[in-house]
Design a protein around this ligand. Sequence first.
Ligand SMILES: *Cc1c(COP(=O)(O)O)cnc(C)c1O
Length: 437
Amino acid sequence: MKQKRFILQESEIPTQWYNVQAEMPNKVLPFKNPGTGEKMGPEDLYPIFAKECCNQELNQKDTWINIPEPIREKYAYYRCTPLVRAYGLEEALDTPAHIYFKNESVNPLGSHKINSALAQAYYLKQEGITNVTTETGAGQWGAALSYAAKLFGLEAAVYQVKISYEQKPYRRSVMQLFGAQVTPSPSMSTKFGRRILTDFPNHQGSLGTAISEALELAMSTPNCKYSLGSVLNHVCLHQTVIGLEAEKQMAMAGEYPDEVIACFGGGSNFCGIALPFLRHNFNGSRHTRFTAVEPTACPKLTKGKFDYDFGDEGCMTPLIPMYTLGHDFRPSNIHAGGLRYHGAGAIVSQLLKDGFIEAMDAEQLEVFKAAELFAKSEGIVPAPESSHAIYGVIQRALECKKTGEKKVILFNLSGHGLIDMTAYDDYMSGNMVNTTL
Ligand SMILES: *Cc1c(COP(=O)(O)O)cnc(C)c1O
């Protein structure tokens, strides 16, 4: 019988995260204070994020960072996650390529977001914080943080992008079940939200808007800090457990990836799967190709420009060196809520600029066709976000069919889509449209 799943024991959960910042040939440019234009140090970020996360954010020195034991203990609830050989998809595509996926949907929350939520909640608790605020799009991050907050004894308040709050009511229920307070954004509960609603009464919300509201609440509430589920360097760092495990599992399968592919919102799951393999490209020992797949409706990597920009619509964050469509960009209402963000994280942006990684974009309808094929051949309903990666994999596997190359393709299945069935209903009923810029 063919071996399909590659499983690691609990004892093989990584003990350290991989900090690519220490090894990048061109370092990430410093964050800047929007008021003074001055370069920011970790202390400048302490009022917003957990101190340890601020230190990790700007750490360009240590290649490996220890994972505290209480976080590893929580990881053990669901890690190590399986690596799976997608024989069914290979057969459906009639491709000579070998396709593998790392299944990050296999945890109580259903997406990779929990890997960083646990770390951030732990560090906040450690320094005596009692309340945490955040934003969420489709709700995966909000659900993950709500759960992590509950585990470590913090109160969570989540601003959910209004369009997702309405399209994905069950993720709201999940957050509420864990005890979080959930508010659709833009809302009347913050100064920024009130300003937006006065100017644009029908504003559907965006991650950039929800971030501003969550930040405002954090800064005006005592003993409260803010937590972000993507984009930032420390979030990408926490996600490297994905690729570090996958590297061992690929070795168990006796292969090494020629292609690594992930969907792209702000960069956390892409970094998670890609960076531990990319480190072998830096010294020339491997030549893997890395591709981030983003929606055509929100194409910061393929159509954005590299510049200093804000991480939020309300201009409250530091200025970040990133590929961006502009902090006031309003993406159309595609179902992949987690990919509706205007900018790319600083690490990915620098790597793209330096030619270490590539990007492609995908239309919504093509993405759902890819999702359908994957569901039918592998028996898993992928998240609309993750389906962008599947679309990319199919493009590459079909190229192999043309050329006859037996490439090894690895992708990250960042989450399942079982709470996104309204999106699939829309697709199956023929109502779904492609939305471009
Ligand atoms: C949030 C999310 C994404 C996009 O965020 P990244 O930080 O780019 O990974 C992708 N897939 C799923 C399932 C998500 O929840």
